[in-house]
Ligand binder design. Structure first.
Ligand SMILES: [Zn+2]
Length: 313
């Protein structure tokens, strides 16, 4: 009997849909990342920060049995899968809040998705290209015809790695909220070619960059899902290994001190009004506005390096 009583219990945390949250998998990934950083001779303090990410998790057990995180240390490294998971939850929650409020204020507004790209670049040029990309984006969105019916936008910068070419593909995803008038006349509407032309001018390049623009057609219940699907947090998990340490190094240096998320116009105002915290560098414990739910039995889960899992203390 005593044995079973003392036996530590593995952490099981399920979301509202009953799906298990993969704390373990993400913790293993962040440990892997710290290992790669160490191999790259990054500062020991930084390696240490990443390796201690989410070591202890403190939850309140709700009456319905669900766990609510109330305390944990997160390293906030841009490449940390644990932190990026928290960021993406926070970002999609905030996007939903902002979109809801914008639609309340402008029920006739319409949504567009815009993807802006540049030519692929080698790792060494990534950081400079991202700076150029942000500047060009600002130039594009200051243009008269873009401004004309624009109510608000959110943009996120994403970088993907091309395994075959061994180079990087930086691009910007934009969710635009425009007045209905955008679709009413030729003078207001911007075709794909026009977007591409304006983007080329803003980028100050002599090639025609790839641009994708599409309207969100579903104005019903599916709208939110469609928006959130596209307005995803920009960092996708990628393969981490000592063998592809160069990719980690390139991405880390490329994204160094870069803001990946940006808001404009009405969306920026709403974000400020709702006092939404910064999803990139802010608090990663509270990803939604859950300040009212706090009580419940306290549960502590600690990472066990030997057994490679979280155990309830
Ligand atoms: Zn982390």
């Amino acid at each position: 009997m005593e044995h079973t009583q003392n036996q530590a219990q593995i952490l099981i945390d399920k979301n509202s849909k009953g799906k298990k949250r993969d704390w373990r998998g993400r913790k293993i990934a962040s440990l892997k990342l710290s290992e790669v950083f160490q191999n790259l001779d990054y500062k020991p303090s930084m390696v240490e920060r990443v390796s201690s990410c989410a070591e202890a998790l403190r939850f309140h057990k709700q009456p319905d049995g669900r766990l609510k995180l109330y305390q944990a240390y997160f390293c906030k490294n841009k490449l940390c899968q644990m932190c990026n998971w928290r960021r993406s939850m926070k970002y999609s929650y905030q996007t939903a809040c902002i979109v809801n409020e914008a639609m309340k204020q402008f029920p006739k507004g319409r949504f567009l998705f815009l993807t802006l790209t540049v030519k692929n670049v080698p790792g060494s040029e990534l950081n400079g290209t991202l700076t150029q990309l942000t500047k060009s984006f600002d130039r594009l969105f200051k243009r008269k015809k873009v401004q004309a019916n624009l109510l608000g936008y959110l943009r996120s910068i994403e970088v993907t790695y091309n395994e075959d070419r061994k180079d990087y593909h930086p691009h910007i995803h934009v969710l635009l909220f425009v007045r209905g008038a955008y679709f009413n006349s030729k003078a207001n509407y911007l075709t794909q070619e026009e977007w591409a032309e304006l983007w080329a001018k803003s980028l100050k390049v002599d090639y025609v960059p790839m641009v994708d623009i599409r309207a969100v057609k579903d104005q019903g219940k599916g709208l939110h899902g469609a928006i959130l699907e596209t307005a995803k947090y920009p960092m996708k998990p990628f393969e981490l290994s000592i063998e592809n340490a160069q990719v980690v190094d390139d991405l880390y240096n490329g994204l160094y001190r870069k803001r990946q998320l940006g808001y404009g116009g009405l969306f920026k105002e709403i974000k400020k009004k709702l006092a939404l915290d910064d999803a990139e560098n802010g608090d990663l414990v509270h990803t939604t506005d859950d300040s009212e739910v706090s009580d419940g039995t306290k549960i502590v889960a600690i990472w066990n390096a030997t057994k490679q899992n979280y155990f309830i203390k």
